[in-house]
Design a protein around this ligand. Structure first.
Ligand SMILES: Cc1cc2nc3c(=O)[nH]c(=O)nc-3n(C[C@H](O)[C@H](O)[C@H](O)COP(=O)(O)OP(=O)(O)OC[C@H]3O[C@@H](n4cnc5c(N)ncnc54)[C@H](O)[C@@H]3O)c2cc1C
Ligand SMILES: *[C@@H]1O[C@H](CO)[C@@H](O)[C@H](O)[C@H]1NC(C)=O
Length: 434
C-alpha cells in the first residue's frame, strides 16, 4: 500500500466512525406511557425508524394490550386454577375488529394479521345484530355483512404481535402524582414508578386516557396538552360533542352454563350486538370462538349499556359483593328476556368486571394525535381518532410518522387545531364499533 492510499483508507475509516457515532448520538429516546394498541403501534413504527429508541411502560401485570386483551388459562393463580373459567380463553373487553372506511394502512395491517393467523374472520352469518322489541316480544336477527375479525386464541393476539421486538416494561404503574417530570434545562423527561427512577428520555408520549393521565400531566408545564386530557364520566354526550373528553363505563360479565342450555339452543351464532334493550349491548360465545377441551360447558360474555354502567358504578378494583351480585342478576335477567328464555339459566361460574374508563363518547378531531413541541410531549389514543382498536392503532401510527419526518410546531393543542366531536358509533353500539 503506498503512502497516499494508506492516508485515504485512514480518512475513510475515521469518517465512517464519525458518521456512525453521530447517528448513535442522534438516536432519541422516547418513553411511551401505556401499552395498549395506540402505544404499541406508535412504538412499533418508531422502532423501525432510524431516529428513535422507544420504551413502553405498561401497568398490565402479565402482558400489554389494555382494553384489547384476553384472560388466558395460563393466568390462573393457585386459588382460581380449579375453576372452569380459568381453563379457557375469555375476551373480556374488545370483541370485534373492523376496518373503517378509508383506513388503508390499518387495512394492510389487518391483512398481515390474517396472513399470520393473528386474526381470523367471523364466518358468514356468525355475527349479527339482534333487535329486541319489548312491546311485541318479537325479535329480529340481522347478519352483519361487513368483514369482522377476532383474535386467534384471544384478543391478546394483537398486542402480542404488535409488541414483538419492542422494549416493554410490564407491571409498571407510572405514578400519576409524580411519575413524570420535565427538566427545563435540557427539555428531557424523567420517568418514575414505585419511587424508582426509570430513566430520562428525549420525548414523552402519553398513551392512556382517564383519571390517571389527567392527573399525571396536571403538574407539568404542558398546560395545553393537559387541558385536553381532562376527563368526564357520563353515559351520554351532547350532539355538539361536549366540552371535554367523556368516557362511559361498561360492565363485562363472563359466565359458564352447560352446553345444552336454552341459550345455546336459541342462539346459534358466535356473537351479536343487541339493540333495543336498556341493559345489554353485546353477547359473545368464547367457546365457539376459541374452543375448550371440555365440551360440556359453554362460556359466554355479555357487555352492558352505558346507562347500566353508570347506574351501577362502583370501585372497579374491588366491587362490593352485593353490588356484583345485583349487577350479575340484572344482566342475566335481561339476557333471559332478550332471548325469550323460558327458564332461568343455571350459571355454574361467573366473573364480573367493570371497565370504568371504558369507551370515549366523543373524540378530539384533528390530526389523530397531539404534540407539544415546546415541551417534547405527545399524546396518542382511541379518543384522538375513533373509539376502536382501528382508531387507537391509527393514532399511534400517525404520531410516529410525524416524529419520523421531524417535529416542528404544535399539533392539536393550539386554538383552532381541533374540537370535540360526538361519536355516533360509540353512542349507538355501546362498544365503540363503527
Ligand atoms: C368493554 C369494551 C369493549 C370494547 N369492544 C370493542 C370492540 O368490539 N371493537 C373495537 O374496535 N374496540 C372495542 N373497544 C374499544 C377498544 O378497546 C379501545 O378503543 C382500544 O383498545 C384503546 O386503545 P388505547 O391504546 O387507546 O388505550 P388502552 O387500551 O386503554 O391502553 C392504555 C394502556 O395504558 C396503561 N396505563 C394506564 N395508566 C398507566 C400508567 N399510569 N402507567 C403505565 N401504564 C398505564 C393501561 O394499563 C393500558 O394497557 C372496547 C372497549 C371496552 C372497554
Ligand atoms: C342489591 O339489591 C337489593 C335488593 O333489591 C337492594 O336492597 C340492595 O340495596 C342492592 N345493593 C346494591 C349495592 O345495589
Amino acid at each position: 500500500m503506498n503512502w497516499l492510499s494508506a492516508r485515504i483508507t485512514f480518512f475513510i475509516i475515521v469518517f465512517t466512525i464519525a458518521i456512525l457515532s453521530s447517528c448513535a448520538n442522534s438516536m432519541q429516546s422516547v418513553a411511551i406511557i401505556g401499552g395498549g394498541i395506540s402505544g404499541l403501534s406508535c412504538a412499533q413504527f418508531l422502532r423501525t425508524s432510524s431516529k428513535y429508541v422507544p420504551t413502553v411502560f405498561d401497568t398490565g401485570r402479565l402482558r400489554p394490550g389494555g382494553r384489547c386483551s384476553a384472560r388466558l388459562p395460563t393466568d390462573a393463580t393457585a386459588d382460581t386454577k380449579d375453576g372452569i373459567l380459568s381453563s379457557c380463553v375469555v375476551d373480556h373487553a374488545t370483541q370485534v375488529i373492523r376496518v373503517p372506511e378509508g383506513f388503508t394502512e390499518f387495512r394492510a395491517q389487518v391483512n398481515e394479521w390474517v396472513g399470520g393467523e393473528v386474526l381470523a374472520q367471523f364466518p358468514p352469518n356468525s355475527l349479527s345484530t339482534l333487535t329486541a322489541n319489548s312491546n311485541s316480544n318479537s325479535k329480529t336477527h340481522q347478519p352483519i355483512e361487513a368483514e369482522a375479525y377476532y383474535g386467534v386464541g384471544g384478543m391478546n393476539a394483537l398486542p402480542a404481535s404488535l409488541s414483538s421486538g419492542l422494549n416493554v416494561v410490564q407491571d409498571c404503574w407510572v405514578s400519576p402524582s409524580n411519575g413524570v417530570k420535565f427538566n427545563k434545562r435540557d427539555g428531557k423527561w424523567t420517568v418514575k414508578a414505585k419511587g424508582e427512577n426509570l430513566g430520562t428520555f428525549d420525548k414523552l408520549i402519553i398513551a392512556h386516557n382517564g383519571k390517571c393521565a389527567d392527573r399525571l400531566m396536571s403538574k407539568t408545564p404542558s398546560k395545553k396538552l393537559h387541558k385536553l386530557l381532562r376527563v368526564n364520566f357520563a353515559d351520554r354526550v351532547s350532539k355538539e360533542g361536549g366540552k371535554r373528553m367523556t368516557l362511559k363505563s361498561i360492565y363485562s360479565l363472563t359466565f359458564v352454563v352447560g352446553k345444552g342450555s336454552e341459550l345455546s339452543e336459541k342462539f346459534n351464532g358466535v356473537a351479536c350486538y343487541i339493540k333495543g334493550d336498556k341493559n345489554l349491548k353485546f353477547l359473545s360465545s368464547n367457546t365457539r370462538k376459541h374452543g375448550r377441551e371440555d365440551d360440556e360447558k359453554e362460556v359466554w360474555t355479555v357487555l352492558s349499556s352505558a346507562q347500566f354502567g353508570k347506574k351501577f358504578k362502583g370501585p372497579q378494583e374491588n366491587l362490593p359483593e352485593d353490588l356484583a351480585r345485583n349487577v350479575t342478576s340484572l344482566l342475566m335477567g335481561s339476557l333471559e328476556e332478550v332471548f325469550g328464555l323460558e327458564r332461568k339459566l343455571e350459571v355454574e361460574e361467573q366473573k364480573l368486571q367493570l371497565w370504568g374508563a371504558g369507551v370515549p363518547l366523543n373524540t378530539w378531531s384533528g390530526e389523530g394525535f397531539l404534540y407539544d413541541a415546546e415541551n417534547n410531549v405527545g399524546c396518542v389514543g382511541d379518543w384522538l381518532v375513533e373509539p376502536s382498536v382501528a382508531g387507537a392503532w391509527e393514532s399511534g401510527r400517525r404520531l410516529a410518522a410525524f416524529l419520523e419526518v421531524g417535529t416542528e410546531g404544535n399539533v392539536g393543542i393550539d386554538d383552532g387545531q381541533g374540537e370535540w366531536k360526538f361519536n355516533e358509533g360509540a353512542n349507538d353500539n355501546g362498544i365503540g364499533d363503527v
